[in-house]
Every structure is written in C-alpha cells, then in structure tokens.
Design a protein. Structure first.
Lengths: 213, 728
C-alpha cells in the first residue's frame, strides 16, 4: 500500500481559501487507511468548521474513486462532478493528485496528504513501515522475501555492515537491522547458503522513469 | 392460530444456525448445560442489577423465574453442579466465570419468594407415574406438569431427593433441598407416594397400568454400592468388622443416625478416586477420623488415568489433612480375629485401556500394606437390577434395552427409563433424561413420532477478542479449623460481587440466543448489520476490527458477514472508510436526524453526549438539564467521527463521549477503539483550536455518580469556553 499522512488543516485551508465550490475526491485505492467516502466527508466537516473560524463559507461536494491514478476510471468517475467546481482536494497519494492535475487542467488540484512510501501496516501499534523502494530489479527471491534495499538503512546488497546491535540498526536503535531479519528468515528456510552468493552492484538504469506494458 | 400466539415476544430467545456447519450455534457453557439454561442471558441480567432497593429483588426474582422455567432444581444445582464452568471459554484465560456461585447468589432472594411462587395451572390430562424420587423423576414430573399431565411419584424411601440425599450437608445443606423439593411438589401438583417398593413382591408395572396411569418413567438410580474387585475377581474380606461402604455412611449421616465422633481416634482408609469417595473421606474426617484415600488413578488429572475427582475436592481435602495415595489398587482385605486390619495394595499400572474402557492392570510384585481401623469402599454404584429383570426390560446381555433418543423401552411400550439407572452421571444429566422422557411421554400419549426433529448438533462459539481478561475471583472457604463440621464452608457472593462476576462473562454466544439486552429494555430488538456491497471496497477494516469474527475476508471474493456471529456493536460501521455498513436502529441517517432535533431543542451552551447504553445502565430517569442531550449507542464503538463533527456544525458547544472502561466493555474492544477514534479526531480539532470541546471518558457501568461527575466537569468547561467566546 502507499503510505500517506494527513496534512495540517491550516495548510489545506490556505490552499482553498480563494475558492468556494470545492470537490473533495477520495481514493479507495492503495492508501492506508483508505481515504474514501468517510474521510472525504470528515474532512469537509473539519474544513467547514475551520472556514467558519476564518469567516469563510465553503461549499463542498464529496466523492470517491476506485483508483484516482487511473486516467480512464477517474475521467469517467469525476468528469461529471468536477465541472462546476473551482478547485479539487485530492485524498489520494501524490500520483492521484497529479492525475487530476493532468486530466482537469483548468481546475487546480491540491493534495491533502503527504505521500511517504510503499509500505505495510502493523495495525495493533498503528505503525506503517517502508517495504519497497521500487528499484526495478527485485532480488528478494534470494533474501528470504525481505528487501535489503528497503529494510537496510544503507541499502547494502551483500550482508550486514557489522554495525548492528541487538538486531537493531546502528543508525536508528528502533529500526530492525534488515540483514539480521534476512539471516533469521533464511535460517528458518534452511537456505543460509543464499548468503554466500555474490550480488553485484545494482543497475540503476533499471529504476526507470518509464516502462511499457 | 390465535392472535396472541402469533405475536412473538421480542425478548424470546431464538435458535441460531451456524452458516458454515448448519449446526446450532451457541456458547460452550450453554451447550454443556444438560438443561440448556440461558446462561448468557442470566449473566447479562445479573450484570445489570441495580445495586439497591426493591427493584434489585424484583429483578432477581425475574432472573430466578427464567432459570426455574428450565430447571426447577436450580437452587440445588447451584451447590453441586458447574458443568457449564468446565466448558467456559474463560477457563483457559483466567478461569471460568463462576456460574454456580452466581446462581447460588440468586438463592438468597429467590428461595424466600419460592415459598409463594404461584403453582402451575391444575392438570387436565392423563395420569403418568414416575418411579423413583430423585432429580430425574422430579424434572420429568415438572415438565409433564407444565404440559398439563397429572403426575405421581412413587418413591421407595421415606423422602424425595434420591441421590441428593447422599450429598454431605457441608456441600449441600438440607434446607436447600427441602425448600426446593417441597415447593416443586406444590408448584407442579406432584402426587407423592412414599414407601412404595417395586421389586421382590412389590408393585408391578401392570399394577400401575391398572391404576390408570398411561405412561411410566423409571428413574430408580444406583442405590447399591459396587463391591471391590481386582482384575474382575471379587476381593474377599468385605464382611470383616470395620469394613463399610462409603455410600451407606453418607446416607446414615444425612439421616442423623451417626454419632458425631464415630471415627474419633481412628484411622480410616477410603478406597476410590471419584467425588463420592471424597465426600466420604471428608465426612469421615469430620467424624474425627485420620483419613487416607487410596485410588487406582494417578495424580496428574490431564493423564488418561488421572484422578476423576474435582480439583476443588482434592485441594479442600488436603487442606483438611486427608492424605491421598495414588496409583494403588486393593488386592486383599486382611483381618485379624474378624476385625479389619489392613489392605494389600499392588501398584496400579493402567486404569483405562487403549479403547478408553475401565480395565485396571496392576503390578503385583510392587505391593504395599496399609493399616487402619476402618475401611470405606466407595468405588461406584450400581442399579437395583431385580425389578428390571422381573419386568422383562433387559436385553439378552442383561442390559437395559432402551431407544436412546426417546428413552422408551424397546421391550415395553409406554415405559420410559432414564437417569443414573441408564447411565451414571451428574445430577443435571439425570434431570435431562427426565426432560427428554417428558417430551417423549407427551409425544407418545398424543400419538406422535417419538424421534423426529430431536437430534441436534451444536457448534461452539469461540471467545471474543479482548485486550485483557479479568481475574477469576477466588473461592472463599472457611479456615480448616472452623470447617470440620457439617455446615457449608464456601462463602457465597454478595450483590456487588455477583454483579462484578457476571460482568466478567464474555457473552460468547449469539445475541439472538440471549437477548438479555432486549429483556432489560436496552434495545427493542437485536440490531443487524446492513451491508451495502456496492459501496464496499474490500479494504477489510471490518474484518480486522470485528471482535467476534463475524466479518470474514474471502479469497477470492471479498468481505462476507456472518450475521449469526455479529453482536451488533457497530464498531465496523464506525470504521468503514466507504460507508458501506449500517447498523439497524442506529443508522447514520437516523443519528444525524436525532442530532439536528436535539440540537434545536437544546439551550446554549449546548452539550451532546454520546453514551454507551451499557455504561449507564440501568437507565436514569432524571430529566436532563435544559442544555444537555444524550444519544445512547449500542456500544461506544458505534460513535462516528462525522456525527461528532455534525453536532459541532449544528451549533453544539461540546461533545462528550462516555464509554465503559476497557476492562468492562461488553463488546471486546469497543471502548478502546472508540477512544482511539475520538483521540484522533480531537487531535485534528486541535489544529482548529477546538480540541477542548470534545472529551472522551470511561465510566463504570451502573455507578451513575461517576457519569454525573464527568458530565458536570465537562459542562463547566464548555460553559467557561462559551462565555469567553460570547465576551469577544
């Protein structure tokens, strides 16, 4: 999932202060927690309250889309709704906001989220952590399904740096050492010999800006 | 159908069928109860008892009447049963909910009332005879009487009660038996004939038939002690002076025929490892004896050969100074001059064989001798067989020939047999036989099929998710030096303790089989989740949050709701990011309308309270202050962020959310999740400087003063904020 956090309400109010009719567009796609209809409605209520404090009345309309980053789906879902609007607030990740900006060039699209990374959630503690950097050259088949590029602070490919302590990273004592996780996992699977295999430096060209389907 | 019958009582429990297995879905305690008591419902009602006043007593009588309907011997069972506790889902957490003590608590108020409880309508139907005056017959008589039959119990002895009369008074006081049975006889119009012998020249079944009885239930129990055997050979020496059967001692002592110092200065050995052997041993100890128990079984209760007696019996008797010698059989009873002297005890190597049958094996080369003055044999009981033989009720192998579902004899029509005589078990199990036989007798006399629709299979409800589990209250026993007599020594629950313990119940079973909240008037019916598949985005939040596993994620597929498992807390509704869920009676739209209405009728500074209905129950009748309005929710979990914000938009000055404390939450994690979402919303309101207007508090249910205090503090704060604003 794509991990986002909410922007402060004041910043959002600043974005929309020149406008009155604003569409709040949720996205049911990959953000966690999903910022769909509920969040669209809650945000409209908070912004209305905030607007009142600034002596400003907004006219919000709330909606949501399946995947805001999909040009085709978003055109179909939002086109009829966006036309009378002066601005749109997007609850999607940065990709969704940019899709809106490209699709509806006349109407400014503003982000209400800060987009962080591709990650996973530990629900009980409410913690979201990065799992994938999108390097374009997935090597986790050799590392027990754990990515050293994302999980090791230094992105090392051939084993631990030697600085980890009690299983934690020397750069951040709260962060698990990625290579220790890999070692434990391979040990459970009886595949410690994988560690002896040399992994050449990454081909950064593979981290491409464009691919074709 | 007449009009009355077609109007179903909304508080009437319903059977819930598990979707996956097609079986009846129920809490494990209720499956375990042979009489099908509505345990969860009783606990819900005890948990919400008011803490003082006449209303408490009225409520207790109401609960008692509900249990009585299912089990007219419940005051007795509350001393000796506890089968439900053995299956309680809490057992593996911090210990079972002490149902037995909860029911015993009801006795305090219910027994005085029982004396005045109105009798059943007078019988109008056929005469039915019940042979034996024990729990099985009594239950059968009650059930038949409810159906309008005219019942007569024929008892060999001089009083009703059967096996109950063998239980030592320190465990089951006589007055409890007497009050319960005397009133049952009165309430159910039972004709009782005492001193009626059935075998050896006594009455025959033909005699009974000729007296006009149309059906007979035989529950003559197992009044005969089983003799000692070793590898199927009878052990000699039982006729020596000083050798007795424990069962006879229990009978005699309860009849008052025994000197209180019978075993003063004597060494006593009790042979046997069951609860009755422990009754005998503890009785002997109370008669002054120095007592040891010898049993075949080993100390480890989890082993296949583990001692069968309850752990409380084992602990209690060791406190009283009784020794237990495990894994020893008796090969020979040795005497001197006609008097008992010692037993020869080989080591028992195995009690039950591979197939689980009682088939003890011993190592006769490993032998000890145990000396004492008295030997009490308590290794089981057997029925009186002569009567069944004479009446031709046995099969070729000499066993009772009974159709097991209806309990009718395969040899004679209209003759039903049950209780210990059929299979030795607990009191409640004998009573279940009585209940089954009553249903069969009714079907038989109406010419209906005896078997159709009677086989039921159950699916046990699992334990709801919780953050932590409250500890089990310790049983309080009088110290040993004060309890070596025949007075009960287990301290019962006071009202507050009973309420506390009932609150520990996790309500594992489905709501529709309980409806405790409906009978208490908390809600008109059990609300159902309404699931809008068009809006669902399959994010799985509901699956994660549901404390009862009612929402499941299927792969491939999506979210699936099992309404049988749903308890209607509304947590999933409040957590659904796509607004795809609604809770019946607490729909988003309905709450919004209520907010508008309450807000318009309230005077400023307006305060709106969202409150868990359990947190402030029993409901308060006081008129709220003119500036305060309350919305009761099925659980604080249902509180919705946009309802809170809506209130502020409608001009409400402050919103208070009152939940039960985490540990008291009826709905698993409802309270905690409500707190989490309120805290998160408060944080966002903080960005607008409005955080002080929203407050979350936990209050102890049933203590209105706690809620009042929170509300008062909050309204003072809101008044201060609003007046400051007014000045600006």
């Amino acid at each position: 999932m794509i991990v986002t956090t909410q922007k402060p309400l004041d910043e959002i109010l600043d974005f929309i202060s020149p406008y009155t009719n604003v569409l709040i567009a949720g996205c049911d796609g990959c953000t966690q927690p999903p910022r769909g209809l509920r969040e669209a409605k809650t945000l409209s209520q908070l912004l209305e309250l905030g607007g009142k404090l600034r002596n400003k009345d907004f006219n919000f309309k709330t909606t949501t889309t399946a995947k805001q980053c999909d040009y085709y789906l978003t055109t179909s879902a939002l086109k009829p709704q966006i036309e009378e609007m002066e601005a749109v607030l997007s609850l999607a990740c940065g990709i969704g906001v940019q899709t809106l900006a490209e699709l509806f060039t006349e109407i400014p699209a503003f982000p209400v989220q800060n987009t962080h990374f591709m990650g996973a959630e530990e629900r009980e503690a409410g913690i979201l952590e990065e799992r994938c950097v999108g390097c374009g050259d997935c090597l986790i088949a050799l590392t027990g399904g754990i990515c050293p590029v994302a999980r090791c602070s230094k992105g090392l490919l051939n084993g631990a740096c030697g600085g980890s302590k009690d299983g934690k990273c020397e750069l951040n004592s709260e962060r698990d050492c990625g290579w220790i996780l890999i070692y434990e996992q391979l040990k459970k699977q009886g595949k410690l010999q994988n560690l002896k295999e040399f992994r050449p430096p990454r081909d950064y060209q593979l981290s491409a800006w464009r691919v074709t389907t | 159908m007449n009009k009355m019958a077609s109007q179903k009582d909304p508080a009437q429990v319903e059977e819930v069928i598990d979707e996956a297995s097609g079986k009846v879905y129920l809490s494990p305690c209720q499956i375990a109860c042979p009489l099908g008591e509505d345990i969860q419902r009783n606990h819900a009602m005890i948990a919400l008892l008011p803490l003082d006043g006449q209303e408490t007593i009225n409520q207790i009588i109401k609960i008692g009447d509900e249990i009585y309907e299912k089990n007219p011997l419940f005051p007795v069972c509350s001393y000796i049963c506890g089968l439900c506790e053995k299956e309680c889902n809490y057992k593996d957490q911090t210990g079972a909910v002490r149902r037995r003590m909860l029911v015993r608590f009801l006795n305090n108020y219910y027994l005085p009332y029982l004396e005045t409880k109105p009798p059943l309508p007078p019988p109008t139907r056929e005469k039915v005879a019940l042979i034996g005056g024990g729990p099985g017959s009594l239950m059968c008589a009650y059930e038949l009487s409810k159906k309008g039959y005219q019942v007569t119990i024929l008892e060999r002895g001089s009083q009703l009660g059967g096996a109950l009369r063998y239980i030592p008074h320190y465990r089951l006081p006589t007055n409890i038996i007497d009050t319960t049975l005397n009133n049952l006889v009165r309430i159910a119009h039972i004709e009782v004939k005492l001193g009626v012998r059935m075998s050896n020249g006594g009455k025959t079944l033909d005699d009974i038939k000729n007296e006009g009885y149309r059906a007979v239930f035989i529950a003559t129990g197992t009044p005969n002690p089983r003799p000692l055997t070793i590898e199927r050979e009878r052990v000699t020496g039982e006729d020596l002076e000083g050798v007795m059967f424990g069962l006879n001692l229990l009978w005699d002592i309860n009849q008052g025929n025994v000197s209180p110092h019978l075993f003063q200065g004597k060494r006593v050995i009790v042979v046997g490892g069951g609860n009755v052997a422990f009754d005998v041993a503890r009785t002997a100890r109370r008669l002054g004896g120095d007592v040891s128990i010898v049993c075949l079984e080993c100390e480890d209760k989890s082993s296949k050969d583990g001692i069968p007696a309850d752990i409380e019996e084992i602990e209690g008797s060791s406190e009283e100074g009784i020794r237990i010698i495990y894994s020893r059989g008796v090969e020979e009873i040795i005497g001197e001059d006609g008097k008992f002297k010692k037993i020869k005890c080989p080591r028992c190597t195995s009690v039950f064989d591979e197939a689980g049958a009682f088939n003890p094996k011993s190592d006769r080369s490993d032998v000890i001798y145990l000396e004492s003055d008295v030997l009490l044999i308590t290794i089981g009981q057997a029925p009186e067989r002569a009567f069944f033989q004479q009446e031709g009720l046995l099969d070729e192998k000499g066993k009772l020939d009974i159709e097991q579902l209806s309990l009718m004899s395969n040899r004679k029509e209209g003759i039903f047999i049950g209780g210990d005589v059929r299979r030795v078990g607990f009191v409640a199990e004998a009573m279940r036989d009585g209940m089954i036989a009553a249903e069969s007798i009714d079907r038989y006399l109406r010419g209906k099929d005896l078997r159709i629709g009677r086989e039921k299979e159950y699916e046990s409800a699992t334990i709801p998710k919780r953050i932590d589990y409250k500890p089990q209250p310790e049983l309080v026993w009088a110290p040993v030096e004060e309890r070596l007599n025949f007075e009960p020594f287990e301290k019962g629950f006071a009202l507050e303790e009973a309420v506390e313990e009932a609150r520990r119940c996790l309500y594992c079973g489905p709501c529709k089989s309980c409806k405790g909240c409906v009978v208490l008037g908390l809600q008109p019916k059990i609300p159902e989740i309404e699931f809008n598949e068009d809006l669902c985005i399959s994010c799985g939040n509901c699956v994660y949050y549901c404390p009862y596993d009612a929402a499941k994620m299927e792969s491939p597929g999506g979210v699936h709701f099992d309404l049988a498992a749903c308890r209607g807390c509304g947590l999933c509704v409040a957590m659904c990011p796509s607004l795809a869920l609604e809770l019946e009676n607490w729909e988003g739209e309905r709450i919004s309308t209520l907010i508008s209405q309450l807000s318009s009728e309230t005077k400023p500074p307006k305060i709106l309270v969202f409150r868990c209905q359990w947190a402030a129950s029993p409901p308060l009748n006081e008129e709220p202050a003119p500036n305060i309005r309350v919305i009761d929710l099925p659980c604080a979990a249902r509180v919705d962020t946009f309802h809170i914000l809506e209130a502020f938009q409608k001009g409400v000055g402050g919103v208070l959310v009152a939940a039960c404390s985490e540990e008291d939450c009826h709905r698993g994690m409802g309270s905690r999740e409500a707190q989490r979402s309120v805290v998160a919303l408060r944080e966002r309101l903080g960005q607008l400087g409005l955080q002080e207007r929203l407050h979350f508090c936990t209050v102890a249910p049933r203590y209105p003063e706690e809620f009042d205090k929170e509300l008062e503090q909050f309204s003072q704060k809101i008044e201060a904020i609003c007046s400051k604003e007014g000045q600006k």
